[in-house]
Design a protein around this ligand. Structure first.
Ligand code: HPA
Length: 273
């Protein structure tokens, strides 16, 4: 998409939500989309936003909501498009560029994930400390400028992680951190792949977030991400993995996630005033 078209997207969003700059973007994962309803603001269907991907995965809430949450102006993406939908790792580029153009300097991503760690079981949250791109895909392939050589050290911003940890502690929500592995999906992993991913140093696996973090770092946004653990990874429990199962389990962690995010925003809002 051309630079003009991008600005057109942010402009068309501003025309509907007002000019006040957005402080922080939030991307909601599978089964977590209802959080968008908590925002006091204006909701726009993705279908009405040229360049926004069709977020066709059930359990997502494909709306952009811009408004106030805990005293902070946020832009919430109620759902995302995934690499596995069309084979495009850069599928979230236009929405992320729009967030950046609306003023967001920070991005918090959430997802549903399978855990390798018995101490982070289903229903718990994991703060992502780092990632392994097990898909081998990169959303910046084909990007023509030297800006494509993005530094990924501290891609998950240490200060944001510390603030999320503090918000979790204040809310009484356990929040261990770990490494997230991106597996392309849409099939789940094999037990052998899970053993390999664990040996490589990851703690949880999922089908999103990593390409968005690469894009957001490219666009200059600071990032943090939290996984809602919906299952133990393939081969680690008797559960049969399915998207139905993911959607059924995500709400177990969603209430905790909402408390942590609200606490984070409250602290951000009060620090600003
Ligand atoms: N693997 C990949 N993606 C997931 C999983 C999983 O076990 N659980 C939720 N999303």
């Amino acid at each position: 998409m051309s630079r003009n078209a991008e600005m057109g997207l942010a402009e068309s969003i501003r025309a509907r939500v007002g000019d006040a700059p957005v402080r922080i973007g939030l991307i909601l994962g599978s089964g977590l989309g209802h959080l968008a309803e908590a925002v006091d603001g204006v909701a726009i269907d993705y279908a009405d936003l040229p360049g926004f991907p069709h977020a066709g995965v059930s359990g997502h809430n494909p709306k952009l909501v811009v408004g106030d949450l805990e005293g902070v102006r946020v832009a919430v993406l109620g759902g995302r498009a995934h690499y596995y939908e069309k084979g495009d790792a850069g599928v979230m580029r236009a929405p992320l560029e729009a967030l950046r153009d609306l003023g967001a300097k920070e991005l918090i991503l959430t997802n549903a994930a399978g855990s390798f760690r018995p101490d982070i079981p289903p229903g718990e949250l994991m703060l992502i400390r780092d990632h392994i791109n097990f898909s081998g895909r990169n959303p910046l392939i084909g990007e023509p400028t030297d800006a494509r050589f993005v530094n990924m050290v501290d891609a998950y911003d240490p200060a944001m992680r510390a603030a999320l940890g503090a918000a979790a502690a204040a809310a009484g929500v356990p929040l261990l951190d770990g490494v997230y592995a991106w597996y392309s999906g849409p099939s789940f992993e094999t037990p052998a792949e899970i053993r390999a991913l664990h040996l490589l140093g990851s703690d949880a696996v999922g089908m999103s977030t990593v390409p968005e973090v690469i894009l957001a770092r490219f666009l200059g946004m600071r990032c943090a991400a939290i996984s809602t653990i919906t299952n133990m990874a393939a081969g680690m429990s008797a559960e049969v993995l399915s998207h139905e199962h993911t959607k059924a389990m995500a709400p177990l962690g969603a209430a905790k996630l909402e408390r942590v995010l609200r606490g984070y925003l409250r602290a951000l809002g009060s620090a600003a005033t």
